[in-house]
Design a binder for this molecule. Structure first.
Ligand SMILES: Nc1nc2c(c(=O)[nH]1)N[C@H]1C(S)=C(S)[C@@H](COP(=O)(O)OP(=O)(O)OC[C@H]3O[C@@H](n4cnc5c(=O)[nH]c(N)nc54)[C@H](O)[C@@H]3O)O[C@H]1N2
Ligand SMILES: Nc1nc2c(c(=O)[nH]1)N[C@H]1C(S)=C(S)[C@@H](COP(=O)(O)OP(=O)(O)OC[C@H]3O[C@@H](n4cnc5c(=O)[nH]c(N)nc54)[C@H](O)[C@@H]3O)O[C@H]1N2
Ligand code: SF4
Ligand SMILES: [Mo]
Length: 749
């Protein structure tokens, strides 16, 4: 059928149902360079450097260098499975686009030229210091990542804030996990995703909200497939995603109607007395206010707002009530919203009121994105003081000073500005120097056109990346060449709080250095090397970070060293000194004790707000964005380098359009269309498919033009961007070209 054009076979191969086949015979799909069994000199195991699932990979070595990899069959996370990115994890290292030398632009109009590290470091220090002298210390900021090792994040956060006088630094985790962090902190008293992956296997009712597990976390989906309870798998997503197709129930709610929808579910649970009253009374507070709050969210009202029939809403509430072990999982469909924190909490509230937390197969579970977003949340020194501490708390500052052996006055007593305010600061002139580490904002940040313009206003821009060709690196005044995953040692923390090891199994190209060693060099050239004399190696830093977690919810003082992590297949926090590693997994709150001083969890709720940019006559479509295929990673700097992965996804930007809309607009499959928002217009290939509802279109985030369209609106509590809702217009490309030409002609006459 023409109007129901299908994705190429190879693309569809990564939908949930075909995943198992692929895992059984990866060779058939050309994945991985499985080494000749006779040649490997040795094999070592380490965690994958793409997503937060944190799979274990066996790296096969010849003379100490990686020659191939296979998924680790003993690692408790993936038990012998990997997705295409994992199989191809070594490929991105071999590319002639790698940054192999520092590059410096001597003046605004000149080209980037290769220089040695001494010149690069002198430029870094002298330029940033000059900016600070002229405009104040706070005029230099950094933007970092969830994709370098924990020890490196801690080094960056400490070097910049304790050594260089930088106050404002934030991570790309702001684009991703900030909402979950804010929601957990307010509800539980600490940023604490409570689950272990075993919960996917033990639930009888799995509720996935704004989460396309089959594409974004395919190995977690495999854990769902191992569930022997014939679970109800419920997907709440405006699109009929690969995960929705594989689920038992799909609720295609109107985009961003989640908050209303979940208040509506709570209303039904309360009206029917389907509550765990004992749990609510003993372990929570503010429930009475919540009862009042959801009174007006009747099934009829909620149906009207969410587009889901009232009887289906009731059916979902029934399933939640009847399930013995109900688990709620959410990802970016929730976190990336203008009222995201309250939405995440409306999910947490459902788990609390039904007592679905702390037991196997339950939980209010935010799924993490990047390999070390969880490391960033605790140790990047951006939103918390190292180890989940509070910058404003003098006792916390004193503890950090003691462990790091640094003077008290170097620690700021307040957190810095979030990402969006740093960008606003460039516009207002308060931020004049910017250091970007392991993130590619010129592609990934919201309302991209504005950001591009603003970067040009900086006095000095440094980009530290493994490639010199990223959309962001080409704007830099100085590029610092970084070693990548596989070329350095350190730890990552995965979505279930498991600390795993990354290892050096390949040489970095040319003069590229690990981020860790770049930070060491900077400390020396900046003149604050003395403060960091204990920061000699990633493992030395791990030992200090470990001591910092003493008595924190994330206490890992029981982890002796890297070897212990290696031997045990990673270890989840908490693991305090003296604790035993029983079957090496644990979930939080099995004792019903939350992290607020009174040990109780809190119900949070608020009035629902109107859409910031509803569709209208001029922009009648709602634009959704997200992950396209399992073979594409974000801005594609890494996955775009693998020939095998390239074969698994469309090269050019495509837009998913419902057949009815395509028909009405005269758009044919595979033709070019123009998408226009209030900010920009872009072209994409039409992919006509009923997976999106009429009135909605979907663009995968992996194509650099996408974020030009999106309105820069943020959640007030988490400052996370509202990536998943903007109003756009859609035209067949020919038509708009004609219209433009006509209007130009009119203009000329
Ligand atoms: N292959 C691959 N895997 C990845 C990544 C990658 O780039 N490629 N990135 C990793 C990272 S960093 C992250 S954060 C995760 C993201 O993982 P996911 O969040 O699962 O991925 P997305 O596709 O961004 O968004 C999930 C779904 O949210 C839906 N959605 C949009 N608006 C709404 C809404 O208003 N309500 C609801 N309920 N749903 C909505 C979208 O239709 C989409 O299907 O993936 C990780 N895994
Ligand atoms: N429209 C839309 N936009 C989105 C999203 C969406 O759903 N929709 N999702 C958002 C989310 S959840 C995320 S997480 C962001 C991701 O956005 P980005 O962080 O910008 O995406 P990446 O492509 O992962 O960028 C990582 C960069 O680090 C470099 N790199 C990799 N490893 C290393 C290393 O070890 N050291 C150094 N120094 N550099 C390294 C890579 O080459 C790359 O340039 O995008 C966000 N943008
Ligand atoms: S699922 Fe994530 S961690 Fe596992 S192999 Fe794929 S990208 Fe790597
Ligand atoms: Mo993310």
């Amino acid at each position: 059928m023409k109007s129901h054009q299908r994705k190429p076979e190879i693309l569809r191969a990564w939908n949930g149902t075909k995943t198992a086949e692929l895992l059984r015979s990866p060779g058939k799909f050309g994945l991985g360079q499985v080494p000749d069994k006779k040649t490997p000199d040795a094999t070592t195991s380490m965690v994958c450097g793409f997503c937060a699932t944190g799979c274990g990979l066996n790296i096969h070595l010849k003379e100490g260098e990686a020659v191939g990899l296979t998924p680790d069959t003993r690692y408790p996370v993936n038990i012998g499975m990997a997705c295409p990115k994992g199989w191809e994890a070594l490929a991105p290292l071999q590319s002639n686009e790698r940054a192999s030398q520092p590059l410096l632009r001597s003046s605004r109009d000149s080209q980037l030229e290769a220089v040695d590290w001494d010149t690069a470091m002198k430029a870094f220090s002298s330029k940033f210091k000059a900016v600070q002298e002229k405009h104040g210390k706070e005029s230099v900021a950094f933007i970092s990542t969830g994709q370098i090792c924990t020890e490196e994040m801690a080094f960056l956060g400490s070097l910049s804030k304790f050594g260089m006088g930088i106050k404002h630094g934030d991570g790309n985790t702001r684009q991703c996990m900030a909402t979950a962090v804010a929601a957990y902190k307010q509800s539980f008293g600490f940023d604490s995703p409570p689950y272990t992956y075993q919960d996917f296997e033990e639930s009888d009712t799995i509720v996935l909200i704004g989460s396309n597990l089959c594409i974004a976390h395919p190995i977690m989906w495999q854990r769902v497939m191992r569930n022997k309870n014939q679970p109800k798998i419920i997907v709440i997503d405006p699109r009929k995603t690969e995960t929705a197709v594989a689920a038992t129930h799909h609720y295609p709610i109107a985009p961003k109607s989640d908050l209303t929808f979940f208040y509506g579910i709570a209303h039904i649970l309360i009206a029917n007395g389907w509550l765990d009253n004992d749990f609510i009374a003993k372990h929570t507070e503010q429930f009475d206010g919540f009862i009042e709050h959801v009174k007006t969210f009747t099934p009829e009202f909620v149906s009207q707002k969410s587009g889901i029939p009232a009887e289906d809403i009731y059916e979902l509430a029934c399933m939640i009530h009847e399930g013995k072990n109900v688990s709620f999982w959410w990802t970016m469909g929730v976190n990336q919203g203008y009222e995201a924190t309250r939405t995440a909490q409306s999910i947490i509230n459902l788990a609390l009121m039904t007592g679905n937390i702390g037991r196997p197969g339950t939980g209010a579970n935010s799924i993490t994105g990047q390999c070390n977003a969880m490391g960033s949340r605790l140790f990047s020194n951006t939103t918390n003081l190292l180890g989940g501490h509070d910058f404003a708390n003098p006792e916390h500052r004193a503890k950090v000073c003691e462990v790091l052996e640094i003077p008290d006055e170097v620690i700021p007593d307040a957190i810095g500005m979030p990402y969006n305010q740093i960008i606003d600061g460039i516009e207002s002139g308060s931020i004049r120097g910017l250091w970007i580490i392991a993130t590619n904002p010129v592609h990934s940040w919201i309302n991209q056109g504005r950001l591009k313009k603003l970067l040009g206003q900086l006095d000095f821009l440094v980009v530290q990346d493994m490639y010199s060709t990223t959309e962001t690196a080409v704007h830099a005044d100085l590029v610092l060449p970084a070693a990548a995953w596989g070329e350095k040692d350190g730890t990552f923390i995965n979505s279930e709080r498991r600390i795993g090891l990354a290892k050096k199994v390949a040489k970095a190209p040319g003069q590229a250095l690990s981020d860790f060693n770049i930070f060491r060099l900077i400390a020396q050239y900046w003149g604050c090397g003395e403060l960091f004399k204990k920061w000699t190696s990633p493992e030395a830093v791990f030992q200090m970070l470990k001591m910092l977690t003493n008595n924190q919810p994330c206490d890992i003082t029981g982890i002796e060293d890297y070897q212990m992590l290696d031997k045990n297949g990673g270890i989840q926090w908490p693991h305090p000194a003296g604790a035993e590693l029983v079957d090496n997994q644990r979930r939080l709150f099995s004792d019903n004790q939350f992290y607020h001083p009174n040990g109780k969890a809190k119900f949070h709720y608020e009035a629902v707000k109107p859409l910031p940019e509803p569709s209208d006559n001029a922009f009648p479509f709602t634009l959704l964005t997200g992950r396209g295929t399992s073979a594409q990673w974000h801005t594609q700097t890494r996955t775009g380098k693998s020939k095998v992965l390239q074969a698994l996804y469309p090269k050019h930007c495509y837009v998913e359009i419902n057949p009815k809309d395509a028909h009405e607009l005269g758009i044919e499959s595979n033709s070019m269309v123009t998408l226009k928002s209030r900010r920009a217009s872009i072209e994409a290939t039409a992919f006509i498919t009923p997976t999106v509802s009429p009135g909605q279109v979907f663009l995968p985030m992996h194509y650099s033009e996408v974020n030009q369209l999106i309105q820069d609106v943020f959640d007030p509590y988490s400052s996370q961007p509202n990536y998943k809702h903007s109003a756009v217009a859609l035209f067949p490309a020919k038509k708009i070209n004609q219209t433009v030409k006509q209007s130009q002609q009119v203009g000329h006459t």
